[in-house]
Structure formats: structure tokens, C-alpha cells
Ligand binder design. Structure first.
Ligand SMILES: C[S@@+](CC[C@H](N)C(=O)[O-])C[C@H]1O[C@@H](n2cnc3c(N)ncnc32)[C@H](O)[C@@H]1O
Length: 191
């Protein structure tokens, strides 16, 4: 039977994968509880029917989203790393969670396939600074396209590389810094 690993075992699994795929992961260890708290405090859980997460990794933020979201809400998580996808599927047998093994750039296709109109929240930690300009632009354009009216986007990053793209596609981009994370994280709240 599968036993969900402890937080330190998850951190080790994450770090091992970082050594194999540093560009894909973008950080050595998962997000801190301070960063997660700051990010998720901005979500209106009563309004969040369809939530999309990009780059859940070992589910550090996913578990908090699942514990806060409504019983009839859906969480669609896009993860490129196959080991993390298998890990997430075993660790979170929650019918509200749908894990997609694929890139964030396929969001429209996946939402269509699941007969979902759009997303109320998109929460992302994928490392935009390690991507080519064209891919950054494609993903941020898609985020705008699938967002429902009144939808919000919460992005954490370790550089400001994605900021010009966000400013192109969103009327408002608020920025914050969370120092209690390794490395220091920037938060972009787009509406
Ligand atoms: C910085 S880690 C964040 C992990 C976790 N959310 C956390 O906060 O600890 C970035 C994650 O994004 C995934 N990733 C990178 N590029 C992606 C893409 N284009 N689409 C989906 N996931 C991607 C990586 O495999 C990795 O799990």
C-alpha cells in the first residue's frame, strides 16, 4: 500500500529531480509555507470553481489548495515531470483533482477536453526565466485566453523575466516579494 511520504522525503524527491532537470524545476526545494500562505490568501474560495495549477511538483501547494477549495470545485494541475505526475496521482486520490502530464501551453485543449469553460484562478510556479521568449509569450497569452471574466492569476517566480509579458496581457499586475523562501520569491497578482 502507498504511504504518503513526509515533508522531508518530499523535499528530497524534489531535490533529486532538480539535479536531473534543473531548468525544468527552476528551484532546488519546494515553496515555503510563508510563500504558500501569501499566495493562497489572495484566493476567494467561494468564487473559485475551476482552479488551474501550473507546475505542482510534489504537491506542496496542491495539498493546500485541495484543503481550502469547495467540495464541488475542480483543480486541474499541469506538470511536465513524469515522476511528479505519478507521485501526485498516488498521493492525492481526490476526485476534484485532475493531473495532466503535459505543459501549461496545452491548457486550452485540456479545458475543452474536460468540458470546462475557463479558469477562475490560475496559480503558477513554472520557471518562466528558463524558457524561450516565444514559449513565455505563448503561455501568458493562453493564461489570458482561458481566464473567466473576473478571473485572477497568481504567479511566483525568482526573477522578473515574465513581467513584461504579464503587463502586455493584463490591465493590472501587483507585485510583492516574499523573503521567507529559498530563493526569495516574487509574487505577481494579475487581474
Ligand atoms: C519551482 S517548481 C514548483 C513546484 C511546487 N509548485 C512548489 O511550489 O514547490 C516548478 C515546477 O514546474 C514544472 N514545470 C516546468 N515547466 C512546466 C510547464 N511548461 N508546464 C507544466 N509544468 C512545468 C516543473 O517540473 C516543476 O515541478
Amino acid at each position: 500500500m502507498f504511504r504518503k511520504p513526509s515533508r522531508s522525503e518530499e523535499t528530497l524527491l524534489f531535490a533529486k529531480n532538480f539535479l536531473q532537470h534543473p531548468m525544468m524545476l527552476g528551484s532546488l526545494i519546494p515553496s515555503s509555507r510563508f510563500l504558500i500562505g501569501r499566495l493562497l490568501n489572495k484566493v476567494d474560495w467561494a468564487r473559485a470553481r475551476t482552479i488551474v495549477e501550473y507546475g505542482p511538483g510534489v504537491g506542496t501547494i496542491t495539498s493546500h489548495i485541495l484543503s481550502k477549495m469547495a467540495p464541488d470545485a475542480r483543480l486541474i494541475a499541469f506538470e511536465m515531470n513524469e515522476r511528479f505526475v505519478r507521485y501526485l496521482e498516488r498521493s492525492f486520490p481526490d476526485p476534484r483533482l485532475h493531473v495532466v502530464h503535459g505543459s501549461a501551453e496545452n491548457v486550452q485543449k485540456e479545458l475543452d477536453r474536460l468540458h470546462l469553460d475557463g479558469a477562475d484562478y490560475i496559480i503558477s510556479g513554472i520557471p518562466f526565466n528558463n524558457m524561450q521568449y516565444e514559449l513565455r509569450e505563448k503561455i501568458t497569452r493562453q493564461i489570458r485566453a482561458v481566464l473567466n471574466p473576473g478571473g485572477e492569476v497568481l504567479i511566483y517566480q525568482f526573477t522578473r523575466t515574465v513581467l513584461p509579458h504579464l503587463r502586455t496581457h493584463f490591465d493590472q499586475v501587483d507585485q510583492e516579494v516574499e523573503l521567507r523562501n529559498f530563493p526569495f520569491a516574487m509574487l505577481f497578482h494579475c487581474t
